[in-house]
Design a binder for this molecule. Structure first.
Ligand SMILES: [Zn+2]
Length: 86
């Protein structure tokens, strides 16, 4: 009979991610929307992510990965919406 439980009780929560110049996780997108993203150079490991491109938000400056198609569609929709405002 095994009474030794794995040491889950010793797991600590609340370790805050270290703030840094990379703005944290590139897989997390900011809330400014895809239309304001600018293409920037990818890191070497990002070539293993087909379909994703590396962008920087022109509003808040956060670098983030996003699908190329989604960004293109968002930019097109954004432009057409601006034209409709006239
Ligand atoms: Zn942003």
């Amino acid at each position: 009979m095994h009474t030794d439980a794995p040491g889950y009780a010793t797991t600590r929560h609340g370790r805050a991610p270290a703030p840094g110049p990379s703005f944290g996780n590139p897989f997390l997108r900011c809330r400014c929307g895809l239309a304001g993203l600018e293409r920037i150079h990818r890191r070497p490991w990002m070539k293993f992510l087909p379909g994703l491109r590396f962008y920087r938000c022109s509003s808040c400056g956060k670098p983030q990965l996003a699908p190329k198609r989604a960004v293109r569609d968002a930019v097109i929709a954004h432009r057409s919406a601006q034209q409709n405002e006239r």
